[in-house]
Design a protein around this ligand. Structure first.
Ligand SMILES: *Cc1c(COP(=O)(O)O)cnc(C)c1O
Length: 463
């Protein structure tokens, strides 16, 4: 057997992608205001904007799509989904939603009262926004290592139990309806939580009657890291590990668009009948009947099948190692990236990559634009532009100024990763040719989606 590995699938259908010239891309990125969010997908060669809803479904999932039972109530696909969640996660009660944020909306409205505190292992944009909308205040209780891009801690997503205890002592357990536990932690770079930390967090919460609600968006990828890194776990299957992980939680919200390998869908699951009952009342108002939650029957079937596929050890190992394969090529060439490489993306450290570019001129935005110009690869800025402005109008200048290269599941081959690596490395060698940007249009909220820029010089401005 060869020591090299290859994709554990073969290709049955192909989707052509655009191979463009540098001149074409120069025009396209100029028209997009040097913001990769404003590029048209048809002009992108390798699209690493996000891993959300961009997975390739299997033949088995597509076959399931043909078995869509589009009944208004009691669709057989709902029962298939319920069965999958019971088998793989172990929760008895399931309410489908159109995607993850639909489930976040329901759980926040059901459990949070104004003035409550919701500790979490780092915030996520939609999760925190729903907690705040329900009158809660998010409190970060992730270990400090998570905020340091170079720290090699194997479980950078872990909860800092001392910080959690301190919050409980300060505000009282009755003001904390639940702890929000993300596995893996997206904003820290796809970093996992250990089984031991999940168990200890659950025990601490139970002592005070506080629930643990899991953001299970990338739970299968987290299970793989536990198998790989946690003492005593190597002999177990990811499926077994995931079931144990979820046993240390009281419920979860899930975006099917990530680990569950579908293009749309999500769900809320819980062990508590009362929470389930309230969710079935609310879901009717915001998503649809509790047996479809805003999804077509065929979408529920695809997600049910994706849930079984996502815990396959061969698939998961290939998935995580593909992301790492890209990361390691960059590391060998000296390119500064977040370490260890996480589950779904490689993050370029734009401040270290472009030390000559002031953070006020958006180094990560400029680097993302330069990468598109160089090779048609689309990444995403996660830095000063994404952070927005403080209430007093000044910019945050966050410590992490990054370009995220997010790998869709089962979509690209390792050869695509080679092309991405070559382009990033060649830019790194010519990094002094990349200059910053000036913002020419700034929307008042979530500015990263639609802001426009112009180059202050360097390779982006050459005619
Ligand atoms: C994507 C995501 C969500 C929200 O899910 P959607 O399906 O996009 O609504 C919640 N939490 C995390 C960590 C995510 O990555």
């Amino acid at each position: 057997m060869s020591a090299r590995r290859a994709e554990p699938y073969r290709i049955k259908m192909v989707e052509p992608i655009a191979v463009t010239t540098r001149e074409y891309r120069r025009q396209a990125i100029r028209e997009a205001g040097y913001n990769t969010f404003l590029l048209r997908s048809k002009d992108v060669y390798i699209d690493l904007l996000t891993d959300s809803g961009t997975s390739a479904m299997s033949d088995n999932q597509w076959a399931g799509m043909m078995l869509g039972d589009e009944a208004y109530a009691g669709s057989r696909n709902f029962f298939a989904l319920e069965q999958a969640v019971q088998d793989i996660y172990g929760y008895p009660y399931v309410v489908p939603t159109h995607q993850g944020r639909g489930a976040e909306h329901l759980i926040s409205q059901i459990l949070i009262r104004p003035g409550d505190y919701i500790p979490g292992n780092m915030y996520f944009t939609t999760t925190r926004a729903h907690q705040e909308r329900a009158g809660g205040t998010f409190v970060d209780v992730v270990i400090p290592e998570a905020h340091d891009p170079a720290n090699p801690h194997p479980f950078k997503g872990n909860v800092d139990l001392a910080k959690l205890q301190e919050l409980i002592d300060r505000v009282g357990p009755e003001r904390i309806p639940y702890l929000s536990l993300a596995v893996t932690v997206n904003m820290a770079g796809g970093q996992p939580v250990s089984l031991e930390n999940m168990r200890a967090t659950y025990e601490l919460c139970k002592r005070y009657g506080i629930r643990v609600i899991c953001d299970a968006t990338r739970c299968a990828e987290n299970a793989y890291f536990i198998k790989e890194r946690e003492p005593g776990q190597a002999g177990r299957s990811c499926r077994e590990i995931l079931k144990e992980m979820m046993s240390y939680t009281d419920g979860c919200t899930m975006s099917g668009k990530k680990d569950a390998l579908v293009n749309i869908g999500g769900f809320l699951a819980t062990r508590e009948f009362e929470v389930y009952q309230k969710a079935t009342q609310l879901v009717v108002l915001f998503e649809g009947m509790p047996s479809y939650g805003g999804l077509a029957g065929r979408d529920m079937e695809a997600m049910a099948r994706g849930i079984y596929e996502m815990v396959d050890d061969e698939y998961l190992s290939w998935r995580i190692l593909q992301v790492r394969y890209l990361g390691e090529q960059l590391l060998q060439a000296g390119v500064p990236i977040v370490q260890p490489v996480g589950g779904h993306a490689v993050f370029l450290d734009a401040r270290a990559f472009l030390p000559h570019v002031e953070q006020a001129t958006y180094p990560a935005q400029a680097l993302a634009a330069a990468l598109y110009l160089d090779s048609g690869v689309r990444g995403m800025e996660r830095g000063n532009v994404s952070a927005g402005r403080k209430p007093d109008g000044s910019e945050y200048f966050p410590r992490l100024e990054m370009v995220r290269l997010t790998i869709p599941r089962r979509v690209y081959t390792d050869r695509h990763m080679d092309v991405v690596a070559d382009s990033v490395i060649s830019l790194y060698r010519r990094r002094e040719e990349i200059q910053g940007l000036r913002m020419t249009y700034e929307p008042p909220t979530l500015r990263f989606f639609t802001a426009r820029f112009e180059p202050l010089g360097g390779m982006l401005s050459q005619a």
